[in-house]
Design a protein around this ligand. Structure first.
Ligand code: PLP
Length: 453
């Protein structure tokens, strides 16, 4: 039985009515990937206010790795709601906060002693990681990467790379942020090829300390182990080990932003584990809360203890409902084999995408780690000129035919998969079938002839 059910045109009348109210009530700066308004969601499915049913490949931008409305998460929230909603941890603390910090300290890579600070959002976690790194090292500067995304607050925008729509018009940003190329092999900034490049990009950090910013001024290098917004780029195996070695030689901390790559997405609880690295500080958010807002900064105990009492915190930071939801999420990962499932989903996607690539030159690159998978679309396989218009047409076709997908990439030409890991094989096949029809429809319109598979 197919999941997708579309009794109305998309968007339906109720969604259209809400969109027109939204026009008057909400600023245009908040954009929506789709024009449909949600009524309910379950597992990997979403139903809109007009009764249309979709398969969700976006998971609220990677926040629902354990699925929409998982019962253990709901039950944990209900039980906490019966006890208390908010006291502010800075006024009267509670056990849930401590239990979650203990669990994250035990789970984060590295056998050393760790401590965890809880906050509300990914951007807030990155902000705090920078504060802590500066307090510990007594140094001001942070090195971030091209194509990085770290959030929408002022400091995190300074760290973020993509100009439109994120940074343009919002300057000035906080200073002492320097940027270096990431290991984006499909578009190598040095026009080299892996493995013959011997990861020149990672080794260039040494040169950056000579030519751009003095190492004794640098508090930390911050990197996403797999680029999220930047287009799901997973660097070659040793990229981070080389970077971290150079960092540590100079007393520079390494911060891993696992906000999108964390909690099972890449087939390990954290992508850092897949690279065999132990970040000094790791920031997590998104899928940690199973749908509620919560974020964490987990790091070496002596680093985390650098700011003095009162230097860290926030009114709602680590709120009781979110802590209990996050504990339930961690229980689900302990009980269910979602990490293996992430790898299976990744293989299912890759196998299908490789067939597409043989048929349509529009698909320039297929890449990812575990269930963090994407295709990068190009106008020509030779020039690799990005194809953002076609990318938009494909995602539009998808939601009009019952599949919710989102784009990524500095050039807006990447379609990424952040499907809840509880999706069934049948649901995934159905969703990939729609994505395939979308590619076919757009390629036919472009006059791109399918090659025999
Ligand atoms: C890697 C990464 N860091 C930081 C953020 C910011 O998180 P939030 O939107 O919760 O502030 C995001 C959000 O997409 C992200 O993907």
């Amino acid at each position: 039985m197919p999941v997708i059910k579309l009794p109305t045109a998309i968007p339906g009348p109720k969604s259209r009515a809400l969109a027109s109210r939204r026009q008057n009530a909400v600023p245009r700066g908040l954009s929506h990937a789709t024009p449909i308004y949600v009524a309910k969601a379950e597992g990997a499915q979403i139903e809109d206010v007009d009764g249309n049913r979709y398969i969700d490949l976006a998971g609220g931008i990677g926040c629902l790795n354990v699925g929409h409305r998982r019962e253990p998460v709901l039950e944990a929230i209900r039980q906490q709601a019966d006890r208390f909603l908010h006291t502010c941890v800075q006024v009267t603390p509670y056990e849930g906060y401590i239990r979650l910090a203990e669990r994250l300290n035990a789970l984060a890579p590295g056998k050393f002693a760790k401590k965890t600070l809880l906050v509300n959002t990914g951007a807030e976690a990155v902000e705090n990681a920078v504060k802590i790194a500066r307090a510990h090292t007594g140094r001001p500067s942070i090195i971030a990467f091209e194509d990085a995304f770290h959030g929408r607050t002022m400091m995190t925008l300074a760290l973020t790379s993509k100009t439109h729509p994120y940074k343009a018009g919002f300057a000035p940003f906080p200073g002492e942020v320097y940027r270096i190329p990431y290991a984006y092999c499909y578009r190598c900034s040095y026009s080299l090829s892996y493995p013959s490049c011997e990861l020149y990009c990672a080794r260039q950090l040494q040169d950056t300390f000579k030519r751009v910013v003095a190492n004794e001024q640098v508090a930390a290098v911050i990197a996403e182990p797999v680029l999220g917004e930047g287009g799901f780029v997973a660097p070659p195996t040793d990229f981070f080990k080389i970077l971290i070695d150079i960092c540590h030689k100079h007393g520079v901390l390494f911060i891993a932003d696992e906000i999108q790559s964390g909690f099972g997405r890449t087939g390990a609880l954290f992508a850092s584990e897949r690279y065999g690295i132990e970040p000094d500080i790791m920031v997590t958010a998104k899928s940690l809360g199973g749908g509620l807002p919560i974020a964490a900064i987990t790091g070496r105990a002596e680093i985390m203890d650098a700011p003095g009492p009162g230097g860290l915190g926030g009114t709602f930071a680590g709120n009781p409902l979110s802590c209990e939801a996050a504990l339930a999420v961690l229980d689900i990962f302990e009980r269910e084999n979602l990490l293996t499932r992430a790898d299976e989903l990744g293989e299912q996607f890759q196998a299908r995408a490789r067939k597409w690539q043989r048929r349509w030159p529009l698909i320039g690159d297929i890449r990812g780690l575990g269930a963090m998978q994407a295709i990068e679309l190009v106008k020509s396989a030779e020039t690799r000129e990005p194809a953002p218009q076609e990318t938009k047409q494909i995602t539009q076709y998808c939601y009009e035919h019952g599949v919710i997908t989102i784009t990524a990439g500095t050039y807006g030409n990447v379609i990424r998969v952040l499907v809840p890991l509880v999706i069934t094989d049948a649901e995934m096949e159905e969703a990939l079938g729609v994505l395939e029809s979308a590619l076919q429809s757009v390629c036919e319109k472009k006059g791109e002839l399918a090659q025999p598979v």
